[in-house]
Structures are given as C-alpha cells and as structure tokens.
Design a protein around this ligand. Structure first.
Ligand code: NMX
Ligand code: MLT
Length: 424
C-alpha cells in the first residue's frame, strides 16, 4: 500500500523525535498513582500506558485522533483506518488507493475454509472468526522479515503489510462464517469495485434493495473502530504484540477478549435482554413493567447489558449515532422503540441502585436493534461485526507501537503478603 506506507515513513521519524523529547523532558514526572484498591480493581483509572490512535475522555466519549466520533459518522472504514494510522483523513485518491488495495487482498485462502468447515456446527461464530485469523498466521510477513534479521526501525513495515492483508480479508472471512454457521447457502464472492463495507454487506447476502443495510454496515464498521489502549481487546493485543508476536497472533488474542460478555459480547446479550422483555410482556411493556424487569435482573445478580462503562461517564456517543440512524430510518420498529424506552428507564434504575459508576448506555445498547431490523437475527454473530471494525484499532495500535519502538509489556505484580508487609 504505497501511499499509506509513504505517509507513515514521513511521519514516523517525527513521532520518534517527539516522543524522545517528551521522555527526556518529563520522563521522571509522575503520570498517575496506583492505590491498593486499584491494583485489586482491574487497574481502573491508572494512567500507565500510551495510545495515540484514539482517546476516551470520560465526559465526551471516543475521539479518533482528536476528532469526536460523532463527527465521523459519514465516513468509510477506509477513512477511519487511514486516520487511525496517520492522524489525517485521506484525500479522495488515498481513500480509493486503500479501497483498491484491500479489494486486491480480500481472498481468504482455501485452507481456512477447510478448517472452519471441520468445526462443530454449534461453534460460536467468534470462535470460528478467531480461529480463521489464527490459521492464517503462516502468511505473516512480519515473521519472514524478522527471521531474516530486519532492523528494529523497520518493524512497522511488515506489521503494516500484515495488517493490510489481515484487514482486507476480515469481511470475506466474517461473511463466509455467517453463511456457513447459519446455513445461508454458498459463500458469496467479493464484487470488484465495491468498498470494504459495501462488499461485506454484499457477501453476507442480506436483501438490501435500498442500500440501507450496506450503509448500516458502514456505520457499524466505523463506530466500533477503536477505544483507546486500555480496553480488554486493545490491551491484550498490545501485550501480545509487545512480545513481537505477529499481528495474526496479537489480533486473535485481543478478539478472544472481545468475545467476553462484559466486553464485545454485550451486544448479543443486550438484544436478548430486550427480546426477553418483549416476550415476557407479550409486546411493549409499560414503563413500570420495564422498571421491574430491570430490578429483577439486578436482584438476580446479573448486569444490565449495554449499560455502564469502565471509563465513560456520559451516554456513549456511539450509542447516540446508532440511535440516530435507527430513528431516521425506522422509528416505528418495535425493537428500536424498546431501545429508546429502555434508555428512558434503565439509567434511573441504575442510579437508584447506586452501584454502577456510569448509569448510561454504551455502544452495545442499541447496535443489535439495527441488525435485527435488517433481518440479521443470529445474535451470536453480532460480536463478529464488532470485531471486524475493532481489528482496525488493534492493527493501527500495533503499527504505531512498532514504529515508536514500544518495549515488551511487563508491569510488576506483588503478592497480597507483600502489600500487607510493605504498604503502611
Ligand atoms: N448492570 C448492573 N450492574 C452494573 C452495571 C450494569 N450495567 N455496570 C456496572 N455495574 C456494577 C458492577 O458489576 C460493579 O458491581 P460490584 O461492585 O458488585 O462488583 C459495580 O456496578 C461497579 O462497577 P463499575 O465500576 O461501574 O464498572 P466497571 O468499570 O467495573 O465495569 C462494565 C464496566 C462495562 C464491565 C460494566 O459496566 C458492565 O458489566 N456493564 C454491562 C456489560 C456491558 O454492557 N459491557 C459492554 C461494555 C462496552 N463494550 O462493548 O465493551
Ligand atoms: C470498547 O469499545 O472497547 C468498550 O467500550 C470497552 C472499553 O472501552 O473499556
């Protein structure tokens, strides 16, 4: 991908100088403290890593390279990947170049399908997706160049190459898994000339006479792109990548974290929760019934999926963008209406309960309603969609980290006895 490579080659020496200067000027200054409660509590709020691709200020939500995600909702995933990697939105010719590049690399090797076809018919689509990525590890250009003894300063180049190869194939892989796992018929080949998101929609084979579903896929792939460096999937990917494991290993590792119900799997859980609610009350519940259902969930020791966040303290702008899309295209859809009704009731319930630090909806609270509307009703597939997009964030973080020479991740742990003895 000559254009992206060229712009990175220009920017990377500048980033390296900038970081060297920051470390030399502020290297001994304290960024954050870590209390005993934080060490036991998932390191919440401890500022101890750097991520330049995106940031999540608790009161604003996702900024991709300083641009609020709400201002990027009309972009394509190609725009977003370019922005994540370089800090700039592409011009039309750079966007087209990336589209063409991805299209040229989109074919998934035949051996991948053989492995996936051999998996149990009840395998979770996330397990199939991550297996598909891992099986392709043998293609890694990073491994080849590393084994030849490339200099450290070049690590980012084959990392970019692996990232482009991998990202280009993800829609083909994901669509093939959808059709295989849910018995939708033969795989549909990518169509020349279509961009990443449109091709994905095309290969899924969902009826789309007005092109609205393809636009929904575009939005989906844009909104889930990245969420700074500390979320489970990004952090895992970074840690694995810091051992110089190649992007196939690192991204698959990160996505295994995204497959957890407290992280990306919440989107499947969330729609289930809403549909259970509809089933229980045989249609739209009253506000009182909804409130009681929310309390019953909490009192049974479960979380309300799609609500709360480890960093955010406001309504997630990604939720707002999905809700706006749904309200624009199908305001009367019964599930969409329920997403809205839940939004009016659940934050108040969570506030009353007083446990969750953030009572507001996160990205997963409304995304499933859109897919449900367009006829994609296989909930266990929803996190795969999240994954295709989030792989852009993980890959761009890997590229930047290799470029700036981030060392192996190795924080210090201490035993409980050490804390008892040494912390006054
Ligand atoms: N429903 C019920 N209880 C909650 C919720 C919720 N939605 N959110 C937080 N809490 C509880 C949490 O379980 C904890 O309880 P306890 O003290 O008994 O352990 C307490 O409130 C304090 O938790 P927080 O500090 O507010 O949240 P934390 O940073 O630990 O966790 C999440 C963040 C996102 C894991 C949590 O809010 C949650 O489990 N939400 C529901 C699952 C979800 O929507 N996950 C998707 C997140 C976005 N994504 O895509 O990754
Ligand atoms: C994400 O998009 O990764 C989630 O909102 C989780 C997080 O940021 O912790």
């Amino acid at each position: 991908m000559a254009k992206l490579q060229a712009i990175l080659a220009k920017k990377i020496p500048v980033w390296r100088d900038e970081i060297r200067a920051v470390i030399s000027e502020k290297g001994n200054k304290v960024l954050s403290e870590c209390t005993v409660a934080q060490a036991y509590g998932g390191m919440r709020g401890v500022k101890c890593m750097v991520c330049d691709t995106s940031e999540v200020p608790p009161d604003r939500g996702l900024l991709v390279r300083d641009i609020p995600i709400g201002e990027l909702t009309d972009k394509t995933p190609e725009d977003i990947f370019y922005l994540l990697c370089t800090g700039e939105l592409p011009d039309a010719s750079s966007r087209r170049a990336l589209q063409k590049d991805w299209a040229a690399r989109a074919k998934v090797p035949a051996y991948v399908w053989k492995v996936l076809e051999g998996m149990p018919a009840t395998s979770h689509p996330m397990c199939m997706f991550n297996t598909g990525i891992l099986v392709m590890q043998k293609e890694s250009e990073f491994v080849k160049a590393y084994n030849k003894g490339m200099p450290k300063t070049d690590y980012w180049k084959p990392t970019l190459e692996d990232s482009l190869n991998l990202l280009a194939k993800l829609p083909t892989l994901a669509a093939g898994i959808y059709r295989l796992r849910f018995k939708k018929g033969k795989r549909i080949a990518p169509k020349p000339g279509l961009d990443w998101a449109k091709n994905y929609a095309h290969m899924l084979g969902i009826k789309d006479p007005k092109g609205e579903f393809a636009d929904c896929m575009r939005l989906y792939l844009v909104l889930h792109c990245d969420h700074e460096g500390g979320n489970v999937s990004a952090h895992v990917c970074h840690t694995v990548g810091s051992a110089l494991s190649d992007p196939y290993y690192a991204v698959a590792a990160g996505l295994n974290g995204l497959a957890g119900p407290l992280h990306g799997l919440a989107n499947q859980e969330c729609l289930n929760w809403i549909l259970d609610l509809r089933k229980k009350f045989k249609g739209e519940p009253t506000n009182e019934q909804l409130e009681k259902f929310a309390w019953d969930t909490l009192n049974s020791g479960k979380v309300i999926p799609g609500y709360g966040h480890a960093v955010l303290r406001v309504t997630d702008p990604r939720f707002t963008a999905f809700r706006d899309f749904g309200m624009k295209h199908f305001p009367k859809d019964p599930v969409m209406k329920m997403v809205d009704q839940v939004f009016t009731i659940v934050p108040e319930v969570l506030k009353k309960q007083g446990k969750a630090k953030n009572p507001w909806p996160n990205v997963d609270a409304g995304s499933g309603a859109l897919l449900h509307h367009y006829g994609m009703r296989e909930f266990s597939y929803y996190t795969v969609l999240f994954s295709i997009s989030r792989a852009m964030g993980m890959c761009s973080q890997l590229i930047v980290n290799r470029a700036i020479g981030t060392p192996i991740e190795r924080p210090k742990s201490v035993p409980t006895n050490w804390i008892k003895k040494n912390v006054p």
